[in-house]
Design a protein. Structure first.
Length: 408
């Protein structure tokens, strides 16, 4: 069942913001265009408050938005809405000719707008920027937000430093926005990336895939199918925290299986050694096979096999599971032999391999999905989305859980 609480949170705060600015503007006797200008600015400030809230990676919010990946999609569209609203606010200002002379009021608004356009533009369009650099641009978002809030307080035609409903709302969301931003920049990592472990085994499964075992100082609770963020402390390995699905282990030890896709994963593959220290944040993710129905269809693309492996390695399933494992050449089908063996020993489990170097691409055209089946999907974003669309279009109310290995 899709959780709609995230959308509800966005809708409720938007409606409250709209109504409070609307009625306060009317009570203040502002002309209609001026009232709209104030409402639009209020909605933009609310967007920033929401986005600072979403960036905390809070686990309740993760559930409300049906996963961190979907939460970040909302985050992106909220940022775009904020910029669009601020443009409308500036345009209305020009129409109302409020910006004839440069004063502290107009300067703070203009500066906030300029910085926001630069930063949001960078996050939206600089896709080629290395991920860590791209992510660090987010940290500066607090500066234009601060200017924007200050601008609202000094230039609003509706007094905000009052004990009115609007004054309290803007004060509370503004303060919360600043505190949440400070938390994300300075305290999130310290308070969340704090489970200590040591790399205890390293296996190179193929020329570009590594399986590594981590022994944790304290047992780690997770559902098989979830993912973590991990930071590795070894000279020559980039020190940012990266997300990986857990591919095995019971919590005292966990396994990760990583495929080379850029600098960090290449450094891991080329040089990771046992005894290196790590820090872990999580677990995150809503792939929980034990919560699925008695019949399950699993679809894995390439390295997207990892969450499924975590479950199979630790369980003898009592559900009827059918797995389609698509990969590109035998070097990518890293767990093919393991899965064939597992199939022989478990009557409940069947696996179909689709090696796209010698077979047509995996397709479900003409496939009949049995009633009461839960679908779990994990793989590259394009493949995952196309299968999700296909099943949602052809089977109304299908129970689908998916993870595309992408958070931007
Ligand atoms: C929920 C989830 C689970 C994943 N599970 C696995 C797995 O089991 N095995 C596996 O091999 N890969 C997995 N990935 C992908 C893995 O995180 C990236 O391949 C890895 O971070 C790439 O880093 P890089 O420096 O090698 O490459 P880069 O070239 O820096 O990054 C390639 C892409 O990876 C993503 N990425 C990079 N760094 C981060 C970061 N710090 N936080 C979020 N995304 C980032 C970005 O989309 C980026 O465009 C998973 C990703 C997600 C979101």
């Amino acid at each position: 069942m899709k959780n709609r609480k995230g959308l509800l949170l966005i809708s409720i705060t938007t409606i409250i913001t709209f109504l409070l600015w609307f009625f306060a503007g009317r009570a203040q006797g502002l002309v209609p265009l001026e009232r709209v200008r104030h409402i639009v600015a209020g909605l933009a400030l609310n967007c920033f408050f929401l986005n600072f809230l979403l960036s905390t990676r809070n686990k309740t919010l993760e559930k409300w938005f049906n996963g961190l990946d979907k939460l970040y999609v909302h985050h992106k569209y909220i940022a775009i809405s904020a910029i669009a609203l601020l443009f409308v606010h500036a345009l209305l200002g020009d129409m109302l000719k409020t910006s004839e002379a440069v004063t502290i009021k107009t300067a703070t608004g203009g500066l906030a707008m300029f910085l926001l356009v630069v930063l949001v533009g960078l996050t939206l369009f600089a896709k080629k920027l290395p991920y860590e650099k791209w992510k660090s641009t987010h940290k500066f978002m607090i500066i234009p937000y601060g200017f924007g809030l200050f601008h609202a307080y000094i230039s609003s035609h509706i007094p905000l430093l009052t004990f009115s409903a609007l004054g309290i709302w803007v004060g509370l969301t503004g303060l919360a926005g600043i505190l949440l931003a400070v938390y994300s920049i300075f305290f999130h990592e310290k308070s969340q990336l704090n489970k200590k472990g040591t790399v205890s085994q390293v296996k190179r499964l193929s020329p570009n895939t590594l399986e590594w075992e981590i022994t944790l100082e304290e047992p780690f609770q997770f559902s098989k199918g979830q993912f973590i963020f991990i930071k590795v402390f070894q000279p020559g390995i980039e020190d940012g925290a990266h997300p990986f699905s857990i591919s095995g282990g019971d919590g005292n030890k966990i396994l990760l299986t990583t495929k080379v896709s850029g600098d960090f994963t290449k450094q891991l593959h080329d040089s990771l050694v046992p005894e290196s220290k790590v820090l872990i944040e999580g677990p995150y993710g809503l792939m929980d096979f034990s919560q699925g129905k008695k019949k399950q269809l699993w679809i894995a693309g390439g390295i997207g096999i990892t969450p499924f492996m975590a479950y199979l390695r630790e369980n003898q399933p009592d559900q009827k599971i059918t797995l389609y494992y698509s990969f590109n050449g035998s070097e990518s089908g890293i767990y093919k032999d393991w899965l064939s063996n597992y199939q022989e020993k478990n009557k409940q489990f069947s696996v179909h391999f689709v090696d796209t170097t010698s077979m047509p691409r995996l397709s479900f055209e003409g496939y009949t999905l049995e009633e009461d089946t839960s679908i779990f999907l994990c793989g590259p974003e394009k493949m995952t989305k196309s299968f999700v669309n296909y099943f949602q279009k052809n089977y109304k109310d299908t129970d689908i859980t998916y993870e595309a290995f992408k958070l931007r």
